[in-house]
Design a binder for this molecule. Structure first.
Ligand code: TYD
Ligand code: MG
Length: 477
């Protein structure tokens, strides 16, 4: 009789194999075949090889599926991004740069869930329990019934979580510090991160606990460690911000239980992370009273939320052979494109000018809709003509010089109206109903007409002065 040989599952591709470690015959990844197939419930493949298929009962789509209520933290910006709270038995990865506030947000979430009932566990692999307690005390959360541990050995953590009352909410801070006995390689390696995540996720699925894994990110913003962890979890949230500014954005990059276009906005305060229900007000708070040339308010949308932010430009004669182009918070290639369009279709000569562009407040704008606001700021700085203080701008500029319609025009106008703006410069588009209809919309069909509008406004505002005679003038049309 043939000797019994257990089968194993490759952690990378899921193929069943007879080898327990080494190079996977299916995907070629090294050192990944560690799980005993039987333990994962996918075993029997070898035993059944050649056997006829057996029918299994199918379920109705209409059956009661997602009946279990979500774990709601009460921090509404977090709950919304998670898709209306965290689904029981789900795994969520929260990535972000060191010091951005991941531990702070999650200890606040733990305290809030614990206060609403159920067992909540916070496992830190980076700080001692004393440090975590100190932070909680500073945040005024010392009284919350959260269970703490400073542990990194996954088998012990799973055993602890599995004993006693059912866990409702568990945070592992961070997944990179965890290690499992089932993996041969050293702690911190890709296989260890993957293996530890797998063990913890399996626990969450089996127990119904909502699991949150903290993940470090590398310099380029990727979550460190194997990409496969992102595929293993149900949701990937990223916590972003700028060390120099207090605001933080929480975005969903992937979410099996909710929309990925939700954005949560927080502000880091002395008392931890505070929710920002009106982010536009936060970003416009630093606008000073007078109108300055070179500042344009962009009516943007982050995810599904309107967000107004000031775009600042400085166009100044260069003293260098090659003029400088510097940009903070926007794509340099996008700036180059807008400058090229202003030269080719707007009649501006920018070759002798240094150009600086900055998105105020440290926000990173990725929308092409910011083109028109950036162009307006640039033209305003070049001509010395201030833009109206009660105006917002949005629209995508094509290489042909035309201004294209962008999504969510109504949402942008509504937000601008709410914040006291009276007019908008926007692509020509169908009429907007509702609150946004209060705005006077000036349709801007092309980069050339934007230049003409700003130049005309400058002449209106200062009779006797023409753009051509302006000391900073560069308009040649
Ligand atoms: P932390 O949550 O430790 O970041 P992460 O876990 O993402 O590495 O946040 C650390 C930073 O937040 C630290 O620089 C101090 C700041 N902070 C505050 O400004 N206010 C606070 O109440 C707390 C707890 C932290
Ligand atoms: Mg931390």
């Amino acid at each position: 009789m043939a000797k019994f040989r257990p089968s194993y599952v490759c952690q990378n591709c899921g193929a069943v194999t007879q080898r327990w470690q080494g190079k996977c015959e299916s995907c070629g990844e090294w050192n990944t075949i560690i799980e005993e197939a039987a333990a994962l419930g996918v075993g029997g493949a070898s035993a059944r090889r050649g056997a006829a298929g057996r029918p299994f009962p199918l379920e109705d789509l209409s059956g009661v599926g997602d009946a279990e209520p979500r774990v709601v933290t009460g921090i509404s910006e977090l709950d919304r991004v998670a898709g209306g709270g965290f689904a029981p038995g789900s795994a969520t990865l929260i990535g972000g740069e060191p010091g951005i506030g991941k531990s702070t947000l999650l200890i606040q979430a733990c305290a809030a869930v614990a206060r609403s009932g159920g067992r909540v566990v916070y496992v830190s692999g980076e700080e001692s329990t004393a440090q975590v307690r100190l932070r909680a005390a500073r945040l005024g959360l010392a009284g919350a019934p959260v269970q703490l541990a400073a542990q990194t050995f996954v088998e012990d953590i799973v055993a602890t979580l599995g004993s006693g009352d059912a866990v409702r909410f568990v945070v592992i801070d961070s997944i990179q510090t965890m290690w499992s006995d089932a993996i041969e390689s050293a702690p911190g390696t890709v296989s260890q991160v993957r293996g530890s995540a797998q063990a913890l996720i399996r626990f969450a699925k089996a127990s119904g606990a909502a699991l949150l894994l903290v993940g470090h990110v590398t310099k380029d913003g990727q979550i460190a460690g194997p990409r496969v962890v992102e595929h293993m979890v149900d949701a990937v949230l990223s916590f972003e911000g700028d060390g120099a500014h207090a605001f933080r954005l929480l975005r969903a990059a992937k979410n099996r239980f909710g929309a990925t276009d939700e954005v949560g906005v927080f502000e880091m305060t002395g008392k931890g992370l505070a929710e920002v229900p009106n982010p536009s007000a936060l970003f416009l708070a630093e606008r000073d009273g007078g109108a300055h040339p070179g500042a344009a308010v962009f009516a943007g949308v982050e995810g599904a939320r309107p967000l107004l932010v000031e775009i600042q430009a400085l166009v100044a004669p260069t003293s260098l052979g090659t003029p400088r182009r510097a940009v903070v918070g926007w794509e340099p290639s996008r700036l180059a494109m807008v400058l090229a369009v202003l030269e080719a279709h707007g009649g501006l000569k920018l070759g002798q000018y240094d150009v600086y562009l900055n998105v105020a407040g440290g926000l990173r704008v990725a929308e092409p809709a910011a083109d028109l606001a950036a162009a307006a700021a640039l033209v305003s700085s070049l001509t010395g003509a201030s833009l109206p203080r009660d105006a917002v701008f949005f629209g995508e500029i094509a290489l042909s010089g035309s201004v294209r319609a962008v999504a969510h025009a109504g949402l942008r106008l509504k937000e601008a109206a709410k914040l006291g703006f009276a007019r908008a410069f926007a692509p020509p588009s169908p009429r907007v109903e509702g609150e946004g209809a209060r705005m006077a919309v000036t349709p801007v069909g092309s980069a050339a007409s934007l230049v003409a509008l700003i130049a005309a406004a400058a002449i209106d505002a200062k009779p006797g002065r023409t753009i051509e005679k302006s000391p900073r003038g560069g308009v040649t049309n």
